[in-house]
Design a protein around this ligand. Structure first.
Ligand code: AP5
Ligand code: MG
Ligand code: ZN
Length: 214
């Protein structure tokens, strides 16, 4: 099963991918996490991506596409994957389709997690992420048992550099522009399903699992 998760910043792609991974065993590949990992380690790719990620801009396709195609060629993706944050424009979607066709694979389903713009800013302003295992929390919607500490692994929680209000607005705007053409791309292929993401995370997961099992 090869799945793409689509949604604006803060729609819950990462939250849902972690929950779906537990239920399905599919590999979770997040382009944003890969960039942050490379930036943290100071790799060449990280150095090239940093100014874009910090500023909330799209990293150029020539960096992003290669990074993801390398990642999905690894053994843990052979049994299926969920892509989170990629593709983000139709050029990336075409490159993905071409690469998958070349290895005898194809995207089975694209799941769009729909949340209104108004909710997104609040979600991102209150987000805390575990520095150890990557678990995602929210100050109000999904707080950890002890402030600043991960329930799963006990590591410290931190806030993302690009969750500052001005950068958040820019990220939402840029991705909003790219989203409709991308939805249309998958709609034409008959692969697009939409779920209402403005509900409890549990309800969203149940819908996504049902769609994956169809
Ligand atoms: P990326 O890391 O992908 O950021 P994003 O798309 O902006 O998405 P987020 O991770 O912010 O949101 P999410 O949907 O995962 O929400 P989450 O589950 O955390 O990309 C970062 C940057 O990398 C980009 O800006 C760009 O520079 C670069 N980049 C990445 N991919 C690229 C590409 N393909 N091409 C070019 N550049 C690329 O949830 C958010 C909050 O809401 C959390 O606090 C959570 O607890 C809460 N929440 C989640 N679900 C619910 C719910 N149902 N109800 C209430 N609260 C909820
Ligand atoms: Mg995310
Ligand atoms: Zn953790």
């Amino acid at each position: 099963m090869y799945v793409v998760l689509l949604g604006l910043p803060g729609a819950g792609k990462g939250t849902q991918a972690q929950r779906l991974k537990q239920a399905t065993g599919l590999a979770h590949i997040s382009s944003g996490d890969l960039f942050r990992e490379n930036i943290g380690k100071g790799t060449d790719l990280g150095k090239r991506a940093k100014e874009y990620v910090d500023g909330g801009l799209l990293v150029p396709d020539e960096i992003t596409i290669g990074m993801i195609l390398d990642r999905i060629a690894r053994p843990d993706c052979a049994g299926g994957f969920m892509l989170d944050g990629f593709p983000r424009n139709t050029g990336q979607a075409e490159a993905l389709d071409t690469a998958l066709t070349g290895s005898g694979r194809a995207i089975d389903r694209t799941l769009y997690i729909k949340v209104g713009k108004e909710d997104l800013v609040n979600r991102l302003a209150g987000r805390w992420t575990c520095t150890g295992c990557g678990a995602v929390y929210h100050e109000v919607n999904h707080p950890p048992k002890q402030p600043g500490v991960c329930d799963n692994c006990g590591a410290a929680l931190s806030q993302r550099e690009d969750d500052r209000a001005d950068v958040v607005r820019k990220r939402i705007e840029i991705q909003f522009e790219n989203l409709e053409p991308l939805l249309e791309y998958y709609r034409r292929q008959g692969k697009l399903s939409e779920v209402d993401g403005a509900r409890d995370a549990e309800a969203v997961t149940a819908d996504l699992l049902r769609l994956i099992a169809e």
